[in-house]
Design a binder for this molecule. Sequence first.
Ligand code: G4P
Length: 529
Amino acid sequence: MSDSNFINEINKRRTFAIISHPDAGKTTITEKLLLFGNAIQVAGSVKGRKNDKHATSDWMQMEKERGISVTSSVMQFPYSDRTVNLLDTPGHADFSEDTYRVLTAVDSCLMIIDGAKGVEERTIKLMDVCRLRDTPIIGFVNKMDREIREPVDLLDEIETVLGIAAAPITWPIGMGKAFKGVYHLVNDELHLFTPGQGNIIPDDKRIQGLNTDAARELLGLDWQAFADEVELVKGASHEFDLQAYLAGQQAPIFFGTAMSNFGVREMLNGFVEWAPAPLDRVAGGERIVAPSEPKFTGFVFKIQANMDPKHRDRIAFMRVCSGKYERGMKMRHARIGKDTRIADALTFLAGDRSAVEEAYPGDIIGLHNHGTIQIGDTFTQGEDLKFTGIPHFAPELFKRVRLRDPLKAKQLHKGLRQLAEEGATQVFFPVANGDVVLGAVGSLQFDVVAYRLKDEYGVEAIYEGVNVSTARWVDSTDAKQFAEFKRKYETNLAMDGGDHLTFLAASRVNLAMAQERYPEVNFRATREH
Ligand code: G4P
């Protein structure tokens, strides 16, 4: 392949994730995007719809359909000359580090807001994460087929609560039962809503120009009021500024209804035109890796165990950062300094996982993991490189795990290590006794682990309270002081699932005391691999 083809392939890529509060419409909009990408024929065929709103059962339900839900971890589809990669953010109710790491693997995000509810709590948290890397955001205000809040108030809320300038691109013509469509403020085009086309690619009925007979006819007596509203909105809101969007300072905003598949096309068109192609990545210190570098690099941001119940395998999801993956190529697993030939990486064309022949920067490929790959690992073509910014967070909730059947200790350890490898929870093995302590960032994760231990490893686990309230990874360059620290605090020390020494403290005060006593020991709240 010539250089210009290679660059062309990179420039075609758009890799993004959807951020939203549960129930805002992420699943629904994902379906519609796949419909536009011709990845599915009829909406509703992607995954079983939820029939229970409770988060735990929602998760379990999904897990039961794992074979399907897995393919929705990463969805690749073509649209308008682009190759779009949509990365699913985990759906559980707790905000977890899983979600955070998925966001490190994308170049931009789509934010969905329920028009009736406005900016909700999870969206605020996810926006904070996006801000760490100035990720460009496109907003979609959903559920226009309902009586939602005043669109002007919603823009205002986005600006004040999320701290990002909002630039409306489309503007709704009415709402609820009186919803007629959207007006494209930049193109001066009206897009007309036809109900009942939610499961297909809807007709694209347009009127060019608001100041036309056709538009006057459509809006009837409401025309003048709408024209006045548009003038007002244009005057009072930000004009779209591509540079400000790319810098993560301004979000273009679209209105529509995902359920009726309206307004989604306009948003998707804006997305493929403006969203950034694969961006440079920092690999520690001075080293910045550009996607156009000829040599392959990539990093693992997610590991999922037993994705396909038939295969009982574990897949490491890798974002390609530079160069090109070709089937059968040799890659260097940088952390362990080992070269391996990769012949069976997977791609995730929506609805199906299949062997991938080639992949470009921005693409996600799946590697079969036999226990050697960890989250954060970098793969290269020889260079000793390490992409940064894919951390583990110290958990905040802890429980001791006990077995109903003590003979299953081996399976328990294996299960917990593998689940910890996925990054949803963390496991600690205290140095001084045979306990097993599970740590999580959110409480739902304990239920998930218990369920999966039983389902996948045949282990029944019981949780008990444990006198731990915070954890820190410890290391030091002062060998003498470190040895003394380890002696003194032996009962507080544990190895985590990746064999890193951890300090488990009963309280913040205990932690502060240890820190004061041993100033040469680093107590880290996050750990990079
Ligand atoms: P999520 O993945 O973000 O959690 O949201 P999801 O797409 O599952 O949507 C949550 C609920 O909102 C669903 O209703 C869905 O049908 C509804 N919804 C999504 N988009 C729109 C829209 O544009 N207008 C309206 N009125 N509703 C919308 P549900 O009752 O939970 O599920 P279902 O029985 O409809 O499948």
